[in-house]
Design a protein around this ligand. Structure first.
Ligand SMILES: C[S@@+](CC[C@H](N)C(=O)[O-])C[C@H]1O[C@@H](n2cnc3c(N)ncnc32)[C@H](O)[C@@H]1O
Length: 401
């Protein structure tokens, strides 16, 4: 159990008070209003089948529904992430709020934040989830929260405009309905997946589209329905996969698998390896032909692929060659140094390109401020701006300070 270390304490009120204290200590909760909401809502009533310790764990999700392969399609999100996202959302009393992706708990927290003058609508694509959320909300005393069964892709126009829209499934795009459903000074908080990595981004309206105010790493179950991700996946061999959402990237599984059997080339950047989430975002969005390399533990243990690929690592791929990030201990670069492993006939070229990007990050961007995301709805401009990520309803661009 995380942060709540006295396992003899099983009283939900005590567990909840401990949870709020720990969320404050970890800077997940930074405002009095969010602290009060977390203190008020009985979290365990929204996870009636889970052990109390799991329900009140800061970093673990509570499973709610799995698909036929045993993968989660609905969970009660981890309290830490919910707190961070509610702080990003900045909900005030009297607001109208739409939550996309239900469970009940987060909607109850938002109801506490908007108070009796505000309104909360939560929509889910899955009837079982809506029914369950309704029961839990009623049971916990939040009958005023409206539950809707629909694909969140179309928003819930009935209650629009919303002061806040908060999405609690990993979105691949931002449909028009979310932007048009926002009030003039409204805010959209959405876990947006770009190039296989997800950030919870708080967007305000900016010019023709949306401009980010803040973002943080987030893990969510994927959005289903009309807005589901468009991604290609190539299994190179058992336990090694490449995924990409960039239509321009060649994914030739046979040639790339063959490349893995050729000798590896290691190139060290001379640059520090730290702030891994920020580095990953930078690499993901700046590699010219990006994919995400995933390797299973057995493959890593065999020495074929580095451990950096266990949770997915940004890779640079050509038709027959591949390069990806690794690291090694190096006190001269502050503890760790970033580097590249490459395979295939073009290993040398790809490793050079990748290492140059690692150095550019270290020299120009590391510890120099955060990224800014922009979403521009409508047909993509031609030519596509450098580094822009093409989506069905618009483009995402990211710039670094
Ligand atoms: C992480 S769970 C939501 C957690 C919830 N907000 C809570 O209070 O803990 C994600 C939910 O998104 C829902 N979902 C996925 N795709 C959706 C879509 N297109 N429209 C609405 N809901 C969707 C899933 O059914 C799932 O219940």
């Amino acid at each position: 159990m995380t942060a709540l270390d006295d396992s003899t304490v099983r009283d939900p009120d005590t567990l909840r008070a401990d949870m709020v204290r720990a969320l404050r200590d970890q800077d997940a909760i930074t405002s009095e209003s969010v602290a009060a909401a977390f203190a008020a809502v009985p979290r365990h009533r929204f996870a009636p089948d889970a052990p109390l310790e799991l329900a009140y764990d800061l970093h673990r999700t509570v499973p709610v529904k799995k698909d036929e392969h045993g993968l989660d399609i609905s969970v009660m999100s981890a309290a830490h992430l919910q707190a961070v996202m509610l702080e990003q959302t900045d909900v005030e009393p009297g607001m109208r709020v739409l939550e996309i992706g239900s469970g009940g708990y987060n909607a109850a927290l938002i109801q506490e934040l908007v108070g009796s003058d505000g309104s909360v609508t939560t929509v889910d694509i899955d009837r079982d989830i809506v029914d369950r959320a309704r029961l839990c909300l009623d049971d916990a005393g939040y009958a005023q929260v409206k539950t809707v069964l629909a694909d969140g892709e179309t928003g819930v126009p009935d209650g629009a405009p919303y002061d806040r829209i908060i999405v609690t499934a990993a979105a691949w795009d931002i449909p028009r309905s979310w932007i048009s459903g926002l009030a003039e000074k409204g805010r959209l908080v959405v876990p947006l997946t770009v190039r296989g990595t997800t950030r919870s981004i708080a967007f305000d309206r900016g010019g023709e589209g949306l401009l980010s105010r803040s973002y943080c790493l987030a893990h969510f179950v994927p959005m289903q329905g009309e807005g589901a991700a468009e991604e290609r996946k190539a299994m190179l061999r058992d336990g090694v996969a490449l995924r990409t959402d960039d239509v321009r990237v060649p994914l030739d599984a046979r040639s790339l698998n063959h490349a893995l059997d050729t000798p590896r080339l290691a190139r060290w950047s001379g640059a520090a390896y730290d702030l891994p989430d920020e580095l990953e975002l930078y690499l993901t969005l700046n590699l010219p032909s990006p994919a995400r390399l995933h390797a299973a533990q057995g493959i890593v243990d065999s020495g074929l692929v580095e451990a950096s690929a266990l949770k997915g690592v940004p890779a640079l791929v050509s038709r027959d060659s591949i390069a990806y990030r690794t690291r090694r201990e190096n006190q001269d670069t502050g503890g760790f140094e970033s580097g590249v492993i490459a395979h295939g006939p073009q290993a040398d070229v790809l490793a050079d390109q990748y290492a140059a990007l690692l150095r550019r990050w270290a020299q120009n961007h590391r510890r120099r401020g955060a990224a800014t995301f922009r979403y521009l709805p409508g047909p993509a401009p031609a030519p596509l701006p450098q580094g822009a990520v093409l989506r069905r309803h618009g483009i995402v661009t990211v710039t670094w300070g």
